[in-house]
Design a protein around this ligand. Sequence first.
Ligand SMILES: Nc1ncnc2c1ncn2[C@@H]1O[C@H](COP(=O)(O)OP(=O)(O)OP(=O)(O)O)[C@@H](O)[C@H]1O
Ligand SMILES: [Mg+2]
Length: 464
Amino acid sequence: MARLLVVDDELNMRRILGAILRGDGHDLVEAASVDEARRAFASSPFDLVVTDQRLADGDGLSLLASCREVDPTVPVVLITAYATVELAVDAMRQGAFDVVPKPFVPEAVRAVVTRACERTELLRENERLRGQVRRLAGSQELVGDGPEMGKLRALIARVAPTGATVLVSGETGTGKELVARAIHAASGRAGRPFVAVNCAGLSETLLESELFGHERGAFTGADRPRQGVFEAAHLGTLFLDEAGEMSLGLQAKLLRVLTNGEVVRVGATVPRHVDVRIIAATNRDLQQRVRDGLFREDLYYRLAVVPIAVPPLRSRRGDIAGLVEHFLALVAGDLKVAPRSVSPAAMAKLVAYDFPGNIRELRNLIERAAILAAGPRIEPEDVPLAAAGSPPAGGDGAGIERLVAELPDPLDLPAVIGAVEDALIRRALAAAGGVQAEAARRLGVSRSHLAYKLKTKGGGPASA
Ligand SMILES: Nc1ncnc2c1ncn2[C@@H]1O[C@H](COP(=O)(O)OP(=O)(O)OP(=O)(O)O)[C@@H](O)[C@H]1O
Ligand SMILES: [Mg+2]
């Protein structure tokens, strides 16, 4: 229900309007003069103003003008015993919502108030959505003024309109998906769907049906036909995230679709034609996987028509300050608070850090700091970092050697491995802000594997 300001110098009139509108559940504030109404309007927000035109100290139209200065969207309804065509025209021109002639029947007042409230509701909803769109657009923006980002933007601009298949590679959290979205947005397919599918973490059967769809009865549980992402992305872009994780069997099927532009739903015989641009992403060295016999060479060359490598954040530290500001503004928008600043010491700490989780880690860190920081400025203690400069675990032989050198000998192998595992899981969960799916990705294991670990370890790290 709405909050209304009712203005009339006759007590009797305010009582009648009050009875009608309070009866409809509205919340009313009454004012007996223009001056009283102005003060009420300035001190708290209203959804609607209903005012008599002739008042002892002025008129409804001048009140309308001053209300509009405070809140340009507020509807003002004039009530008058002198309803002339001139007054009506004048009132409308000045932005009145409607003019109700006196004497009126209760229904007339109710109807106009209901319409006005609906309009206010729509205007505010519209404003809220606009804000959301602005924030969404903001969070899709590729930030960074350094030479690497400049090259990346130029490459995106060049490849986007061509429709060529692109393979985006880079460490976790470097912005591969953002790059894929930017390519789509700058292409002729921008108005069409961008569909993302993660090729890791699904069993081969589930991923096949996710990609190509299935017919009713294709397998147990397939109780209705379902469209796959290839069909869903028709005329648009399909983003195959973590494409390197696909099984060899599925790679063969994918290659067939890419070669002839036709998908066959699981359990179907008739192929369907699709027109889809493919952008694939991987945080693995796909060429190494080809050499290891884990990825088809022919598929690799189909996907990597244009390879785009997104550099890790530690090799473009010059972008960190801009990114920090960008993320601070985004959280401030979400929380509707003034953006915080970052102290020079905290910024220095961030710039020196290696960010194994890249931009995603930076973003999580800044969001957390913006919410939790005690003061208006983010200080070094508000950005707790994993031991700065520590080597990324896994794949790094030297790092493992260093770790091993510090362990006692003899030792209890299962206990040490368990402890290392616990610590790594805790670290991943912390960096992922408690999101298990994300922690699993950081650890290079499936979500179900991580969930299993957490369950069997019992009393393990808290998680979302
Ligand atoms: N250049 C950038 N400017 C602003 N935000 C960025 C930039 N790059 C990445 N981000 C933000 O960082 C986060 C991670 O980006 P994204 O999801 O695209 O990474 P990714 O490479 O796909 O990661 P993963 O390998 O883990 O899937 C997102 O919130 C994204 O909006
Ligand atoms: Mg991604």
